[in-house]
Design a protein around this ligand. Sequence first.
Ligand code: UD1
Ligand code: UDP
Length: 373
Amino acid sequence: MAKTIHLIAAARPNFMKVAPLYHALDKVRDWADPVIVHTGQHYDPNMSDAFFADLRLPAPHVNLEIGSGSHAEQTGGVMIAYEKLCLARAPDWVVVVGDVNSTLACALVAKKLCLPLAHLEAGLRSRDRTMPEEINRIVTDAIADLLWTPSPDADENLRGEGVQAERIERVGNIMIDSYELVRDRIEADPTPDRLGLRAGEFGVVTLHRPANVDDPAILSRIVGELSLVSHSLRLVFAVHPRTRKRLEEFGLLPRITECPGITIIEPLGYINFMALVRKARLVITDSGGVQEETTYLDIPCLTLRDTTERPITLTQGTNRLIAPNALATSVASALAGDWPHGRRPALWDGRTAERVAASLRRHTAREVGVARN
Ligand code: UD1
Ligand code: UDP
């Protein structure tokens, strides 16, 4: 009988990681029955449904509808609801992706019920424990049976934390599979034209890290720098709901809307967003996934953070960490051509989902050993 595999999807960056794996498992239904469990962490149509349509996913088989809340409310809410689901019918595998609160919550539930657990995008570390995601990553990796990593630095981090070598498998970067899955539609997408943007003549901005947007002084400084940048480069800012809330709360929204060089838009679906990124002169962000996508596409990426859990985008890619007050000068350097070209890291090749499916199949054959690790 086919094995039931829960694929946990919760927030925007999860959908690009789950979709390629769902499609790979959907092709091998003789042994795999993939079930998409949406926790409901993100719920606005443009933070959730849009990605199911873009990435050709079926509607979630289960939606736990947890929504927003404090860390404890969200994590606890997902745990309570997900435990009920697993108790009603235990899956053969639980696959969690990335580093959001739902990743941690479902991982804890799975292991307390002694269910085999795999973590896709394991081993990333920013070494900044003030980031909620870093806590989620450390705990999830400590308890998962199988750790699928995107890059050698992730393997090293795990080995350094004492993880047994047989639990670690380097599979590559699954985000790139999503890009390749819909590359034709991205390349044909008219979003830049619709916004009146010409290739290479605009910058894309996304921000949502609490460290940048929850502190009025820091957010105000970033808004000031964006305004300066907009004199030399037109900017399109796709505003995350957390960030919109903060801009409104701190009275900063008018300072952006009054800038003729900045276009504020709602968060975009994946295809529309990538259509913008691939034609951008540069990207200003604090997103994890966008650091990787810009490295893949060889687009300069200015990351408004002082650490990254994705150091390979610095050593091999187009990413640079920038302090908020250095943003305008760094953009000037990039516009002057003073920015390194990157190369695509090994195994960022659009075939990660195949490798993950093969790994899951191998481990399913000897699942008892894995479950008792
Ligand atoms: C979450 C993840 C973060 C990830 C990001 C991707 C955690 C701790 N954080 O951050 O790692 O990078 O998603 O985007 O898991 N909201 C809406 N509509 C939605 C979702 C959220 O309005 O569909 C608003 C709510 O006011 C909510 C706030 O955004 O309180 C923050 O949402 P939440 O999921 O708690 O954290 P994110 O900042 O989105
Ligand atoms: N993204 C998108 N629309 C947007 C902004 C981002 O589709 O308006 C995509 C982006 O291409 C990447 C993912 O969302 O695939 C990254 O998610 P996010 O930045 O929310 O989370 P993080 O990666 O920081 O956890």
